[in-house]
Design a protein around this ligand. Structure first.
Ligand code: DHB
Length: 371
């Protein structure tokens, strides 16, 4: 019998430029998933077509168009930054093609197209969980410091709302440019204010510079605590931060140290396939994104068009290396555990990890819950 035509996944990733670490993690995890699960699913050969969008929305839109028209991809996936996911959304809608957002985290992204399914996280999931923990742990007065675009504004707003409702006080809100940020004048401002803590969102890749400058200014010694969403203590960069990172508390959906058998296998296989590089929270978004795609191909017996694939993705529930997850059938966002973690050194291998010490279970996106 003749082979069915291949099932094509167009992966749009920032492989060069400021956000190249995100692209590298996403690509490595998507490829690992295919390697582990085979490249034939329900009779269809799965082909990954990787395009470097360089982190620029116009390029992302043009490449998405090409992938749809020229390559005739069955699914668009990747999306390392919010503006990139938004740029492709109208094309997903017009062509009725699922758009799997594996990285970007602004809550409203899933509302930009009914074809968007998210396997990463929303910033309010992380920020609101952090805001619940802080006031119960001696943090009453906070300055927020975020990257000035979608996910930063989401993190700021949801932190403030939850923190205030628990009796906390936000004394200043600072927004730092996304491109080539210089944190020093902002950190100086925080130091002058002397809050109990500074709550931070910076995108994956930017945390190391911020932590370094925080410690260089003696802010830790001055008694100001550093808290944030898990982007700050990205597993990919954590070891490079050294002892400066010890004690930072964050809330997020994934840690390379998540103590489950499924995660141990994932981390070991990822490191083996990538010269010892650790998977970070971006990697798990791509790994799970591929899982959702594979399950949808199976459920539609390899014959599903865009709407059928989308329908198969809605409501999917399974055990991921990050813990139990569900694709919310109503919002197409991921329902998942959000863990509270502290950076500690593991005496066994001498490496730094985000060690989980508490969990908020099955968290839905708070932004959509509030509507
Ligand atoms: C986004 C990008 C990041 O690098 C991150 O850590 C979280 C969110 C975004 O653009 O949505």
């Amino acid at each position: 019998m003749a082979q069915e035509k291949p099932f094509k996944v167009g992966l749009l990733l920032p492989m060069t430029g400021q956000f190249a670490t995100t692209g590298r993690q996403l690509e490595a995890a998507a490829k690992l998933y295919v390697q582990e699960h085979g490249d034939v699913v329900a009779g269809r050969k799965v082909e990954l077509i990787v395009k470097d969008d360089t982190g620029v929305p116009d390029i992302s839109r043009r490449q998405a168009q090409e992938l749809l028209v020229k390559d005739k991809v069955d699914v668009l996936a990747g999306f390392g930054l919010t503006p990139l996911a938004l740029a492709a959304a109208p094309l997903a809608t017009q062509s009725k093609t699922p758009e799997i957002v594996m990285a970007a985290g602004t809550a409203s992204i899933t509302e930009a197209s009914p074809y968007i399914v998210r396997t990463s996280v929303t910033l309010p999931q992380g920020a609101a969980t952090m805001a619940k923990w802080a006031p119960e742990n001696g943090i009453k007065k906070v300055v927020t410091l975020v990257s000035d675009y979608g996910p930063g504004i989401d993190a700021e707003q949801s932190f403030i709302e939850e923190f205030k409702s628990k009796g906390g006080e936000v004394v200043e809100t600072l927004r730092v440019p996304l491109r080539n940020p210089d944190f020093s004048p902002f950190l100086q401002k925080v130091r002058d204010i002397q809050p109990d803590a500074v709550f931070v969102f910076v995108p994956s890749g930017a945390g190391a510079a911020l932590v370094k400058q925080f410690v260089e200014r003696g802010m830790d010694k001055a008694g100001i605590r550093l808290i944030g969403t898990g982007d700050l203590t990205d597993d990919d960069l954590l070891n490079g931060m050294g002892d400066d990172a010890l004690g930072i508390i964050t809330a997020y959906h994934y840690s390379a140290a998540h103590p489950s058998e499924a995660n141990k296998q994932f981390v070991d296989a990822f490191k083996k396939a990538n010269n010892g590089m650790r998977p970070n929270f971006m990697a798990i978004g791509a790994y799970d994104g591929m899982h959702v795609i594979y399950e949808a191909i199976k459920a539609t017996d390899g014959k599903g068009d865009g709407p059928a694939l989308l329908a198969a993705m809605k409501g999917l529930s399974y055990e991921s290396p990050r813990g139990p997850v569900t694709i919310d059938p109503e919002t197409r966002d991921i329902i998942q555990n959000i863990y509270l973690r502290e950076v500690k050194r593991d005496p066994a291998d001498g490496e730094l990890y985000n060690i989980e010490f508490d969990v908020a279970e099955a968290v839905k996106d708070p932004y959509k819950e509030a509507k």
